[in-house]
Design a protein around this ligand. Structure first.
Ligand code: GLY
Length: 394
């Protein structure tokens, strides 16, 4: 009996009571309501401003206007949709609808860059999944067609940052984050009339697989291509420590993206590849499975962590484990659960200190921005992963 009690206390120390997933989802709902109250403080909510981050010296959300340049603007509506899914709270659903509405303009605006999947699929994608609202479906389909305008058939990938073509002399640039936006293209090809979106997504994944990874299976953040020949010119970093280092969130986007490619195509080459890039990441993690922001920062173990990368990878590994009926799939599931237990502990949850779900993410270390902070996309992928884990555990 005493042994059992001690075991339970040890588990609670890791943030897991009898059912840590339910506890963590309840916590997310409470924090979401707290954030909504904070946003309401000045009277009425400005639905065009989205929570983006909270510095570790602050207690309140820094919000940003939902413009075409603000790549994170879809995550807060996405958090609200997931919190509605977790709680069934109709007030949260009403707020999810209102915040999502501020992104509708993207479906009828020329593409500014590749982030349209982050912006519209995290918001409207979840909104449509949960409500079946046909207006949401049209917004997603129209946005996927807009994203397709950035596809360059000569190279075979989507141009990620048109704004960097001239100033950096990057004629055609594709960043690894772009892998996430393929999910909206696969979805639109399946659910709408434009079947060419599927071919573009597959081409993007194949060309990226061929050029954007190093022999150790870590990825370059940016791949630069020649628009005339279509040839790969060079790989380099933008948000990582060095061109040849492994930037944690870049690797996380790759793991998530190729998991979706396998789920959507059933092509074994993606299953083989995603295991290689996943194992390169898992093999170098610290004991709590939350990565340092870049695996090659010489300041480790004093370098900041990136909880956002951990949340993205946890969600991806749960998805991947579902596609794999094998001991390796079970291993990925266990790793994901371990990551979520770590994130759900007092070491990473924001708890009373601030209304975000998680602390300790790193946004853009080379620019000195969002270091060891709460960042909205960490919260988004955390609650997404928790909901997946709850479903898979039954
Ligand atoms: N550029 C997207 C990211 O910070 O991961």
């Amino acid at each position: 009996m005493k042994k059992l009690l001690l075991g339970c206390i040890a588990l609670m120390g890791m943030g897991c009571s009898g059912n840590f997933v339910n506890d963590a989802l309840e916590y997310c709902t409470t924090q979401t309501e707290r954030s909504l109250n904070e946003l309401r403080q000045s009277g009425s909510i400005d639905y065009t401003r989205m929570p983006r981050n909270i510095a570790n010296t602050s207690t309140e959300w820094h919000t940003r206007k939902a413009t075409k340049e603000e790549w994170t603007a879809g995550f807060w509506p996405g958090v609200l949709w997931y919190a509605y899914e977790a709680s069934g709270n109709e007030n949260i659903r009403a707020e999810a609808e209102k915040f999502s509405a501020s992104l509708e303009f993207l479906s009828r605006t020329p593409a500014y860059d590749h982030d349209l999947g982050f912006l519209v699929f995290c918001s409207y994608g979840n909104g449509y999944r949960l409500t079946g609202n046909s207006a949401y479906k049209k917004i997603i389909l129209d946005t996927a067609d807009t994203l397709a305008t950035l596809f360059n058939p000569k190279v075979g990938t989507i141009l990620s940052w048109p704004r960097e073509v001239q100033p950096r002399n990057w004629p055609h640039n594709t960043i690894i984050d772009n892998m996430i936006n393929l999910e909206m293209m696969f979805w639109a090809a399946k659910n709408g009339p434009n079947k060419t979106l599927y071919d573009m997504a597959v081409s993007h994944a194949d060309v990226t697989m061929r050029h954007q990874f190093k022999p150790d299976f870590s990825c370059y953040h940016v791949a630069v291509y020649d628009t005339v020949t279509g040839n790969f010119i060079k790989g380099q970093t933008h948000q990582g420590y060095a061109d040849e280092s492994m930037w944690a969130r870049g690797q996380a986007w790759a793991i998530y993206g190729y998991t979706i490619c396998y789920r959507e195509t059933n092509d074994p080459k993606y299953l083989d590849f995603v295991q290689k890039i996943t194992d390169a990441y898992l093999n170098r993690l610290p004991a709590d499975l939350i990565p340092y922001w870049d695996f090659d920062d010489p300041a480790i173990p004093d370098a900041p962590r990136d909880a956002s990368a951990a949340a993205v990878v946890a969600s991806a590994l749960l998805e991947l484990s579902e596609c794999m009926n094998s001991p390796k799939g079970r291993f990925y599931f266990d790793q994901a659960e371990h990551m979520l237990r770590s994130l759900s502990s007092a070491s990473y949850q924001s708890r009373d200190a601030r209304p975000s779900f998680l602390d300790h993410s790193t946004g853009h270390w080379p620019a000195g921005s969002e270091i060891d902070a709460s960042i909205i996309y960490a919260d988004y992928y955390y609650i997404e992963a928790l909901l997946k884990l709850k479903r898979l555990k039954g």
